[in-house]
Design a protein around this ligand. Sequence first.
Ligand code: GTP
Ligand code: MN
Ligand code: MN
Length: 384
Amino acid sequence: TKPSEVTPAILMKSYACQRRTPLKHHNSVLTDALEILALNAEFTKNEGRSVAFRRAASVLKALPRGVRTMDDLKDLPCLGEHSLRVIKEILDAGTSSEVEWTRQSEQFQAMKALTGVFGVGVRTADRWFREGLRNHLDLIHKSQKLNRAQEAGVQYYNDLNTPVTKKEAMVITVIVEKAVNDVLPGAIITLTGGFRRGKEVGHDVDFLITHPDEGAEEKLMPKIVNWLEDQGLLLYQKTTRNSYLENKDGPARPACNMDRFERCFSIFKLERSKLDSDTRIEDSSYNSGVTDGTQTHSGSTWRAVRVDLVVSPYSQFAFATLGWTGSKLFERELRRWAGQEKGMSLSSHALYDSKQQRYLPANSEEEIFTLLGLEYIPPSERNA
Ligand code: GTP
Ligand code: MN
Ligand code: MN
């Protein structure tokens, strides 16, 4: 080989928050396979294994070109023995037997179907699977006892499993802006989550709300919810009040990544007439009424959309924005970087420096990256 033909070695940093990960990449056959195994590990409550597969997939997403031979993977971090075996099988044979077997397995399919119901987590799905339930229809037919969220999850199952388009997200943004500005003029509304990262579709629409006057945002959520309910825009909502107290909770990272902001998990009733006619989906499955007994309404004038609303005090807004933009792996890696490499503790509320024993304030995401000693990664390249 002439020197000019040698592909230059790729310098791949080992934390996802040190890398740029675009939405569209060159290795989706491999990353889809690894993410099936990650999901399956999650379903079997094997968190460590799941994260390992997700990190491996994420490294492949950051590569500037498609992997063709095992040589292309030389010197890349986060690729464990198991991931390498799966990749090799796919490069050699086109598919991985383990991935295909997993994909087809009754447990994987049932867990995917059951956790696909809003309000159902891995723990519940696993219990139901062991009781013989396999999908959302079994929940109705076997008259399973459901909580309020799960009831809504079953009722709006088809809509909630229809990806939310960017257009729909924009229509909902207009509604949320109107609601928030009506109850608190001067409030700031930011679209977070996948849409902020440039995704074309999402499973929900995420918003972060704040106000420049610290304290003005207190108890804001019930007012927003009332406004939306008065307009008949909510099919379901569960509001949780703010429970973050800097001194009481201390710097310790919460055990789970749930934060303590005032928040609302909701299901919006989105009028189709609010969408431009050219983007109207003529597909008859689109809210076409009763097909399998889960959707109680008929006609196609509206559809159900999951919306997450979070209210943050202005002083925590930068941390909340960073924390709610994702991706989930990017967030996890940011916190791991902070803890393992910097002796700091990062949450969606604050950054605490253990050595200096003090909180490090920040007014923007850029400042937080700087405080963490990281190069700034814009939202569109946080698709780790
Ligand atoms: P899709 O909605 O599936 O398109 O992707 P998404 O990236 O928007 O996912 P999701 O809406 O589930 O979450 C958006 C971001 O908010 C992710 O980065 C999550 O880590 C974060 N997030 C979700 N729930 C919580 C939570 O309870 N606490 C904190 N701190 N972050 C959360
Ligand atoms: Mn989202
Ligand atoms: Mn969300």
